[in-house]
Design a binder for this molecule. Structure first.
Ligand SMILES: Nc1ncnc2c1ncn2[C@@H]1O[C@H](COP(=O)(O)OP(=O)(O)O)[C@@H](O)[C@H]1O
Ligand SMILES: [Mg+2]
Length: 248
């Protein structure tokens, strides 16, 4: 796609450690307005750590590098500030919060300007509004609850951590629909403003949400930047090890 919009996210030479072990090294990433970038990588490669670092969460230590959001440096800002500026995250494994109803968190996030009933309807989730957040939820229900919160927040950059993992076939089309809506996929791409960074291990989400570019996290850094369908086809044939010898 033509990069006509402003740069939403810029990650510059980011190196991240935990307890002295390097998790991510020399990471460079750019995402523009209206663009969706897929991040592939095998389990344990550091995908979640990268997303959490962009959101400012977790015990990670930034050794070098910087993160810019809509032209402003956010490298050391608290996650609440980043959320207010327009970054949202869908967790791979969100916590269970006893005593907090789904309805209440949607009202808090949406500042009472969104109607939880209407929102939940779109994800066939109305009957969960008065349940404690994530308590006893199935894999697919957790993902739908996460997406509802993002739909209430309406972030300019949505960070989605493995939205399809652990989701049954019925829920995956609902999850896919919600992501399409979140990332304004049904708006003409020239007028699309929302940006997304989607982590995927399997690439199945590409059947529901088209992405503009893809990249792979291998050996702690970004190895490839290109067509997401070609990248996942290569990974399905050669495995992630193939990325190390790939000449592209
Ligand atoms: N809080 C933590 N403490 C210690 N090690 C961690 C922590 N979080 C992640 N790691 C380690 O960092 C590596 C990358 O993990 P992660 O970012 O979750 O990978 P992915 O999401 O690609 O599966 C793993 O080896 C994991 O065990
Ligand atoms: Mg992960």
């Amino acid at each position: 796609m033509d990069n006509i919009g402003q740069k939403v996210l810029e990650v510059n030479n980011l190196t991240v450690t935990i307890n002295g072990n390097t998790l991510l090294e020399h990471i460079f990433l750019e995402i523009y307005e209206g663009e969706t970038l897929m991040l592939f990588g095998e389990n344990g490669s550091g995908k979640t750590s990268l997303l959490m670092t962009i959101m400012g969460l977790g015990p990670y230590k930034i050794e070098t590098g910087s993160i810019f959001f809509k032209g402003k440096e956010v490298t050391h800002l608290p996650p609440s500030e980043r959320a207010k500026m327009g970054i949202g995250i869908m967790f791979q494994r969100p916590p269970t919060i006893r005593g907090l109803k789904v309805r209440e968190i949607l009202e808090l996030i949406g500042h009472n300007s969104t109607d939880p009933e209407e929102l939940a309807e779109s994800l066939n989730f109305g009957s969960f509004l008065d349940r404690d957040l994530n308590l006893g939820f199935s894999g697919g229900e957790i993902k739908r609850a996460e997406l509802l919160q993002l739909l209430a927040q309406k972030p300019d950059l949505a960070l989605l951590d493995e939205p399809e993992s652990g989701v049954d076939l019925v829920s995956i089309s609902l999850v896919g629909e919600a992501i399409r809506k979140l990332l304004e996929k049904d708006v003409h791409h020239r007028r699309r403003k929302k940006a997304g960074l989607i982590i995927s291990h399997s690439g199945h989400i590409l059947d529901y949400v088209e992405a503009d570019r893809g990249c792979v996290l291998v050996n702690k850094t970004i190895w490839c930047m290109g067509n997401p369908h070609e990248i996942i086809q290569g990974i399905r044939k050669q495995g992630y090890k193939g990325c190390l010898t790939c000449q592209k």
